[in-house]
Write a protein that binds this ligand. Sequence first.
Ligand code: ZN
Ligand code: ZN
Length: 316
Amino acid sequence: MSTTASNDGSAAAGPTPNGLGLTFGLLGDEWTLLLLRVALSGGTKYSDFRERLPISHAVLSGRLERLVTEGLLERHVYQQRPERSEYILTPKGSATWPLLLAIWTWERRWVTSHSYATPPITHLSCGNEMSPRYCCQECGAAATGDTVELGWGPAGSWERSTPGAHTRRRATRTGAAVDTAFYPDTMTVFGNRWSAVIVAAAFAGVRRFRDFELFLGPPPIVLSERLTAMCDREIFEQVQLAERPDWSEYQLTRKGSDLFPVLGIVVDWSERWYSDDEGSVLTRTHTVCGQEFRGVLVCDHCQEVVRGEAIDLSGA
Ligand SMILES: [Zn+2]
Ligand SMILES: [Zn+2]
């Protein structure tokens, strides 16, 4: 991958984020994912969200507004005095279901203690509870970090794929769901604007601290803190190189590598909903079949491609 280094970690007047940067900034937020879960299970009213989640009025209003602005929810006023609204998923919002399925599947596989259970997912086509697999749409083979080759498309660069300053949250502790930590492992990767791109960079082959710093441009103290947090969660491991004892690399563990579907689905979603005249952010090639890669979720029981209408999320 060609790289452009950012020399200003604060990104105060950084470049315009591309679709992937916007997506990381939008979906890399635990409350947003939890609101989408409620919406996908049929919740529409303000009170539905309040009843399901220990969320403050300020945070809930802010996140709903963001989801409306970004076109994932549509606000309908159904009562005038006092004014009451419901929030209806748009096609763009509904299309986030594969991301939630992938997160739940990963959490079930790798995280043993949950403060918030992941719902069982029934595939209506075959009637089985499934753990969907992420596969190549062309050849049907499983997609892994090793078999999908990444390159930059016309809209791609490291700095534009990193969420911009406007999506920066003031601090991880204020107003963020980090405190409630429903999915602490997922959120170690997704709840911070740098972490998801660090993992994405690792899938693109970046290993060394200085390369993460050079390509992504985070302040070193932030990079160090994020890598340490992800090592604590066993998503990365720090490996000392035998040939250069003074060098170490950050390598994805099996648990970390298994995040590939989650990241892949984020890319799928962003290409579908944020692609513009510039063209794609990434080129992805499935080395198994040599075709351009696009991911689908496949039921592990009946091997059928899972469609949105063939899953029941009413209990989610
Ligand atoms: Zn393929
Ligand atoms: Zn099935």
